[in-house]
Design a protein around this ligand. Structure first.
Ligand SMILES: Cc1cc2nc3c(=O)[nH]c(=O)nc-3n(C[C@H](O)[C@H](O)[C@H](O)COP(=O)(O)O)c2cc1C
Length: 258
């Protein structure tokens, strides 16, 4: 082969491509388990920050795991609201389950205000207890914003009406617009709001401007589509197609047990 001929150039370029793709795919395969572990750890951290069991967003793995020991996960059947032993509580992932034919159920378009089309019939909820009594119950929620599906946690007080914390752990809304859902000042506005009206129906409203009412939260300037999506997803998950049956059951359980 000629030293500076076109064939040699093509051959070197080809060799470079092959070497790089082998390197990239080896790295992708090698680091995948670590990425998965980090992702799970980040979700735990977001849950802990939402419920106030952690206040350092830069907390390290051991600090997160230690704080997480105070969290009691439980699998529930969304339709009946009952506790379920069908799956392993630690490994269950509702996001994966929503795509798994064993657990996935379609949501009727007429009631699908969160615009998610399907959901897992099982869900993992979390209890935070104080002196053996339920202090907060944490509900995973998700729904469509403008560009993405937002995944997060909504924490209710032991009265099962008052919001104690709210935050997302995954979304792809625009930083500075829809991405302001992550602004600590905005998340703080949710604390103390009443999730249900006097008839027991989900009643959260994300309003343009300042939300002064007990069910109202300020909108996000320039990001009304994301804000409306957040309102819809919260109300969807608190209603009968979400955690409604579970919250009704839990109310009965708490009245009997505590
Ligand atoms: C590049 C770009 C990114 C945007 N990202 C978002 C977003 O993440 N969330 C959102 O609700 N609106 C976003 N918008 C604005 C929406 O198109 C829409 O104008 C806005 O939601 C209306 O809200 P407003 O009535 O408060 O202005 C974006 C617009 C542009 C041009």
């Amino acid at each position: 082969m000629q030293n500076d001929g076109p064939l040699r150039t093509i051959f070197v370029a080809f060799l470079l491509c092959v070497t790089c793709s082998v390197l990239v795919s080896t790295a992708a395969v090698k680091f995948k388990p670590q990425q998965e572990t980090n992702k799970k750890l980040d979700i735990k951290k977001k849950l802990l920050l939402t419920v106030g069991l952690l206040d350092n967003p830069k907390a390290k793995a051991d600090e997160i795991e230690r704080a997480y020991q105070q969290v009691e996960p439980q699998i529930i059947d969304l339709k009946s609201g009952n506790v379920s032993n069908e799956v392993d509580v630690e490994s269950f992932d509702a996001k994966d389950a929503a795509k798994d034919p064993r657990y996935s159920v379609a949501i009727d378009g007429a009631v699908d205000i969160a615009k998610i089309k399907k959901k897992s019939r099982l869900a993992k909820v979390f209890f935070i207890k104080k002196q053996g009594k339920v202090d907060q119950v944490v509900l995973p929620v998700h729904g469509k914003g403008l560009w993405s599906t937002l995944y997060g946690f909504l924490s209710l007080d032991s009265d099962l009406k008052t919001i104690r914390g709210f935050g997302f752990y995954e979304h792809a809304e625009t930083p500075g617009l829809g991405g302001e859902v992550d602004n600590p000042r905005w998340k703080e506005l949710w604390v103390g709001k009443k999730a249900f009206n006097n008839n027991g129906n989900p009643a959260i409203k994300v309003v343009k401007g300042t939300g002064k009412g007990q069910h109202e939260v300020d909108g996000l300037s320039g990001a009304t589509i994301t804000a409306s999506g957040v309102q819809a997803l919260v109300n969807f998950w608190l209603d009968e197609n979400g955690y409604g049956p579970f919250l009704a059951q839990l109310k009965r359980r708490m009245n009997n047990e505590y």
